[in-house]
Design a protein around this ligand. Sequence first.
Ligand code: GTP
Ligand code: MG
Length: 217
Amino acid sequence: MNQLPFPLAEVPDAASAERGRKLFAGPCDFVKGVVAMSGLPPADRMEVCFAGRSNVGKSSLINALTGRKGLARASNTPGRTQEINFFALADSHYLVDLPGYGFANAPVAVVEKWQRLLKSYLSGRQTLRRAFVLVDTRHGIKPVDEEIMSLLDSAAVTFQCVLTKADKVKDQDRERILTQVRGALSKHPAAFPEIVMTSSEKGDGIATLRALITGLE
Ligand code: GTP
Ligand code: MG
């Protein structure tokens, strides 16, 4: 049997799920908000980041993963996260909440400044182990996502597509979006060949993502 390219990530086995649960139930603290590459914390541990269009649910996903509602600032206003926010998970990982790309409710000059920073970070951070590129399950992959994915291809940073807000999509619409997403991902050599579908609201995919991050070496 041919396997579909870019299958949905499987539910982790009990031992991996437990390791993931433990890591994410432990300490997780805000370290700093960075506005220039010179402000990045020392590259002394593995790091994963959450990128995606404004309002796709990056901050909410970090809160869901860590089970701490107010850890990353989430909001209805696109462009809420305007710095690169570092969270230390135990002593072993940084979780990095990025400013959104695409539409943002902020002055053009400010947006341009953080978009430049975002691109420098994504292409120049040595310890960035994986970038999670979040895509709204209702909308699929847009040209701005493709642009970021191409940047990650060039920088040889493995990225994994995370579909967000799955709770907002009817079952019959999911397959159509998945087909679009699979088609777009297949053009990107840096795309990790598994998709995770999540709902920060309902908890879908959260244990899977915890286990996946915990399993990175
Ligand atoms: P920026 O920082 O502005 O780029 O946005 P962001 O990607 O961090 O999005 P954020 O987490 O602030 O969420 C944006 C809005 O989407 C908020 O109103 C969230 O409550 C909502 N949201 C996020 N995840 C989910 C989800 O899984 N389901 C539902 N129904 N709403 C969600
Ligand atoms: Mg945010």
